[in-house]
Design a protein around this ligand. Structure first.
Ligand SMILES: [Co+2]
Length: 427
């Protein structure tokens, strides 16, 4: 999900092919042991026999993912210790953090939290590996959303507020940059010439991993997608403890300045979408207190701080570089600071009870209400939005005919290093 300038102000209110998930250390150990065996001239010692037996047993265990993805990551990582993201040392006046014993000690009590975020990230990587391979023109938006959501629910072992989907699966196409997911009855079919932003979230104990990528099928859009990727990585590189938000925006903007794209004989500047922002993430709150600009001259000198979790996301466009709300709304979230609001409609009250129980402050969409068995809830939902108890997040669009792209990662500003938790082999 993305933070808009407006929301910042209105805060009030896998026949199954196998993907090997063995970690490289295990593979290295096996290779080393096999090497040792060869040195014995192939003699089948008691130890080697035992090892082979163990190996076979291990193979029968569920250590690989299926297609489509159905195996919980906890059945793959049986020690329940999930892989670290990509870690980067802090730079400049923060280089001391890398080797600080004191900072290492501060991280120890937070390991369980980090492990929750990493479990969510592993689910994201495994679900998106399948999504990136299988999403093709001709599929409906509903099929795409369901394959991602079914995968997420299974791999994270969805369980009430303990683990599940972090927010609705964004499947925004072309000039729509964000916050579109199909509602019931949606008949939109993905086309060859579409540029699709896939933005989905996974949470474990409220620790949300928010990561997004862009798919294009016609290579004429490659530059646009590349621009979003490079700009986001520039933002990620810039981010760190004590770094001013405006400096991240400037680093991102500078990359976009170097990009243009030729589409059907016409050349377009690739611009950042100036009213879309990255954001901090807090437990069960996709939009924490800070918005991270993707333009220079934002003037925001607020600094990032130790311990913060960030979604660094940038969007670019061949249009105006500015989005407005447009079209049927699908995304909603309970407002986190609405306080007590008296509700007159009984239907609004019962709907709010469902929202509180099923989503808390996590964003949801109409399809999620449908699957819970809620019916004829639009009036009640409208009532909750009007009362300020629930915030509606309609699709955000640039000018018609334009194309937009996005890339997003979730980062942890750990005391000793910057960890890109959602980083994978794909992006
Ligand atoms: Co986001």
């Amino acid at each position: 999900m993305v933070a808009t300038e407006e929301s910042k102000v209105e805060k009030i209110t896998e026949k199954l092919e196998e993907i090997h998930m063995d970690d490289s250390n295990a593979e290295a150990n096996n290779a080393a042991e096999e090497g040792a065996e060869d040195n014995n001239g192939g003699e089948a010692t008691a130890a080697a026999k035992k090892k082979k037996k163990n190996k076979k047993k291990k193979k029968n265990g569920p250590k690989t993912q299926t297609e489509p993805p159905t195996v919980p990551v906890s059945k793959i990582y049986t020690t329940k210790v999930y892989p670290l993201g990509e870690c980067h040392d802090y730079i400049n006046e923060n280089t001391w953090r890398t080797t600080s014993e004191e900072k290492r000690a501060e991280e120890r009590p937070k390991e369980d939290d980090y492990n929750d975020v990493r479990r969510a990230a592993e689910v994201h990587r495994q679900v998106r590996a399948y999504a990136r391979k299988i999403i093709k023109p001709g599929m409906t938006m509903t099929e795409i959303a369901e394959l991602i959501e079914n995968g997420t629910r299974a791999l994270v072992e969805e369980n009430g507020m303990e683990s599940g989907i972090g927010f609705p699966t964004g499947l925004s196409i072309n000039h729509c940059a964000a916050h579109y997911t199909p509602n019931a009855g949606d008949k939109v079919v993905l086309q060859y010439d579409d540029v699709l932003k896939v933005d989905f979230g996974v949470h474990v104990n409220g620790r949300i991993v928010d990561s997004a990528f862009t798919l294009n099928f016609n290579p004429k859009f490659d530059k646009l997608v590349e621009a979003a990727r490079e700009a986001t990585y520039a933002g990620i590189k810039e981010a760190g403890i004590d770094v001013r938000l405006c400096d991240i925006g400037a680093a991102v903007h500078e990359v976009y300045d170097s990009y243009e794209i030729e589409l059907d004989g016409k050349t377009y500047d690739i611009k950042p979408i100036r009213n879309l922002n990255g954001h901090t993430i807090e437990p069960y709150k996709i939009h924490g207190g800070k918005s991270i600009p993707i333009i220079r001259d934002s003037g925001d000198e607020t600094k990032l701080e130790e311990g913060e979790q960030l979604a660094i996301e940038t969007f670019c466009s061949t249009g105006r570089g500015y989005v407005v709300e447009d079209g049927e709304c699908s995304h909603y979230a309970r407002s986190t600071d609405s306080g007590f609001v008296p509700l007159r409609l009984a239907r609004a009250k019962s709907l709010l009870a469902t929202i509180n129980k099923s989503f808390g402050t996590l964003p949801f969409c109409r399809r999620y209400l449908d699957r819970l068995g809620e019916e004829k809830y639009l009036m009640g939902l409208r009532n909750l939005v009007d009362a300020g108890v629930v915030t509606a997040y309609p699709p955000l669009v640039d000018t018609k005919g334009s194309y937009t792209a996005q890339l997003e990662h979730t980062l942890l500003l750990r005391p000793t290093c910057k960890e890109i938790v959602s980083k994978g082999d794909d992006y």
